[in-house]
Design a protein around this ligand. Sequence first.
Ligand code: ADP
Length: 397
Amino acid sequence: MKVLVINCGSSSLKYQLIDMDGEKVLCKGLCERIGMESSMITHEANGHKATTPAIFPTHTEAFAEVVKKMTTGEGKCINDVSEIDAIGHRVVHGGEKFKSSCLITDEVIETLRELSPLAPLHNPAGILGIEAARKVFGNIPMVAVFDTAFHSTMPPKAYMYAIPYEYYEKYGVRRYGFHGTSHKYVAGRAAAMLGKPIEELKLISCHLGNGSSIAAVDGGKSVDTSMGFTPLAGLPMGTRSGDLDAGILEYIMGKYGYDIKEMVSILNKKSGVQGVSGVSSDFRDLENAHKEGNERAGLAVDMFNYGVKKYIGAYAAAMGGVDAIIFTAGVGENSASQRLAIASDLEFMGVKMDAEANSVRGKETVISAADSKVKVLLIPTNEELMIAMDTASIVKG
Ligand code: ADP
């Protein structure tokens, strides 16, 4: 079975064609600057990768070009689109309506439209992608896979905010959580690595990238997560503040004369480790700047690592224990020093790192010591494969 995985942004389209027999990536690529001048497509297949200029007034033309790249020239990996059995779309927000992935129908698209106010930056692009794909791919079954769905198992005590209850009842104001596809994938891999049924495991999944979130996964179900109503909550991130005292907003708005839109934009785009360091949102730059003596770069990384450590403690307490801690995404997969800093001084709760095992990158590895009661795992995430797996299982019925 061949599944095409699609992740649409407002001006971009990422794709990957996966043959589920052997989970082999047949091709992948990215269309950029859709709806702008100088659009381009980068397509990779058969060990051949090329970026070519294109004209993409809308996502429909981008999809048509993807089909052309897949079926002709050096990047050809199928003879005809009819070889694609299903298409899986990443959708950021499923609200309370979508608790799992689902087959896309007209009704589903309508509901997604109703949910757009919950994710105004992301869901409209997802809908654009779905509608364009329907035009280009006709009757191929399509599935929506939601970033929020994995967290739909959280209990009310974890997802409610302590504000007037009617905001939840009338407007759906609650914690939804994101990165669910990633947390679900690595939790499944952790169970496989540990050789135990996921139902018997208490896991803490740390997705640490540009955007970061942590999930408490008890028996295979998410019971709490650090992102909230929006992806602004939880840990400090590349440019997002993470949690902060809401009282700060009024104070800073008064000092600088910002309106609420400007303030929220600062919290999303100019805060996090970028805001603290004044150097970069990229942890590699921060590590280098710190080595060269930049104290604020060091402080930003320390704040981030400390934030992750606190969530690990909190979620171990929330689940009444933890069997394994998982590190994934850009920082989690690559930064040995940050993993070590985060997991240091946790011996009291049974976490003991193996510095040598920890010196790997991007490869499924147990990085805790042999006698560590709690296992620490490095697991590269694979959201595309997870989307393809969900899509295949739904289409097969
Ligand atoms: P996104 O949230 O955009 O998907 P990624 O998961 O790709 O982000 O993570 C990107 C981040 O990973 C970069 O900002 C960078 O800081 C971090 N990163 C990548 N490689 C390393 C490394 N070797 N050491 C530290 N951080 C790294």
